[in-house]
Structures are given as structure tokens and as C-alpha cells.
Design a protein around this ligand. Sequence first.
Ligand SMILES: O=C(O)CCC(=O)C(=O)O
Ligand SMILES: [Fe+2]
Length: 265
Amino acid sequence: MSYKKLTLKDKETFDRDGYLLIPSFLEKEEVDILYGIAKEDPIINKKSYDRGDKEGLRTKLTLWYSLDDSIYSTLARCDRMVSGVEILLNGEAAHFHSKLMQKEPKVGGAWEWHQDYGYWYRDGFLFPDMLSVLTALTSATKENGCLQVIKGSHKMGRVEHGFSGEQVGADMERVEEAKERLGLVYVEMNPGDTLFFHSNLLHRSNSNRSESSRWSLISAYNKISNKPFKGTNTSSYTPLERVPNDYILKKKGKGMSGEADFKQK
Ligand SMILES: O=C(O)CCC(=O)C(=O)O
Ligand SMILES: [Fe+2]
């Protein structure tokens, strides 16, 4: 099996656009394993919480900080993932947190415009030397609320964020102007496609009024030198232990352990 590997050309695309879409970063059998475990995972279900959008629709997620020996951590640690992230961060990477996003049919809520660094700035990270990696476990389409991004908006630097309902959202005056000048892209994805995006890229997603769920795994990474000056979680500056690429197919790792350091509801 030859697994996908990010190149310096990919880094040029990421630096220019603020995001990089890699089709079939995971093989079909790998997605089947991950999604199969996630759907039946009682701990994921128990530890999930939701966030309301402006219309009151709710989107469900489960978030944890430290990597462990679950199958989700196997993905976050696997060689192609970590080497890809390290090319894009231009340095050694640590794992900040991972989450399983569960946007359910008919009821899954929207995410307002934001930059991830808009949140993480408040967590005490000095530099935006951070990125998110979103892997689609199901198809993500316009209809079921796929991610939308403003191409190149990571070059704007950090935009002011305030509260928007139960979520934190970016200053809409700037978002509207950026949309106009830079253009909005709907990132439709097939299961197993992976999107790498810069922590200052403006993004959002619509609610899911369709019949199909949109599930994805997002892992956030930090450059190890960018240790936050506050907070208690150590994972964002702790060296990563990598695992070989074939560990997902070998089913190394099961569902979540109840002992993981979940974000409290
Ligand atoms: O995947 C989505 O719909 C957006 C989620 C997101 O941007 C986030 O959790 O920071
Ligand atoms: Fe985000």
C-alpha cells in the first residue's frame, strides 16, 4: 500500500490559500474502520456535548486533549499525518486536541464564521503556528453543511472575535469584505478526504437540513516551540509518538476510553 505524502508543492498551496485538500488521504477501508468504530462508540456518545447556532439548531461534538491508544489517536499519530503537519508547520508538531464532529440529519446546527486562532489566542498561544486537520468520515456536501472557507484569509492575521449566540464568531464587517475580495469556497469532501487548514483561515459551515449525517474527525496541531503561557493541558507542547501508517488497517486502537481528558460539557 502506498500512502499519500505531502510535498513541498503542497506547502506552497497551503501557504497561498490557507488550506490544502488531499483527496483519499485515507483509504476506503480505513474510513470504514474509523467510522464503524465511531458510530458504535458509547464513550463518544456519552461525552458529547452540543453548541447552539443562531437559529437554535444544535451541533454535537466530543473533544479530548491528550492522545491515547484509541483508533482516533492512531490516525492523529500516523506517519503520513504527522509528517504532513510538520511540513506545513515547518517544525516539530504536538497534538493540541482532537474532536469528533457529528452533524446529524435535519437537526445539525451551523458554525459561525471564525478563525480557530480566534479561540486559541484566548488559550494563551502567542503565535498562530497551529493548524487543523479535518478528515471526512461521511460525504460532506453543500446540502449537509460542508465547510466553507475564504481563500487566502489566513493572511489577514487575527480578526476580532465576539460572542455569536453560544459560539464565538469573527467580526462580520471584515468577513463580508473578505468574502467579496477573496471569494468563498465550499469544501465538498468524500469520505477519506482530508483538509489541512491554517489557524487564521476564516471558515464556517451551514446547518444540516438534509437526510444524511456529516461526521468528521478534526485534529488540531501546534508547533512544539509555541508553548501556551496559560492553561493546564500539556499535550500542545508534548512530543508526539508516531505510529506506522498501516496501524489503522491493522485496527490498532478501539473506541474512546472513559479515562481520556475530555473537554467538560
Ligand atoms: O466542521 C465544521 O462544521 C466546523 C467546525 C469548526 O470549524 C470548529 O470546530 O472549529
Ligand atoms: Fe473551526
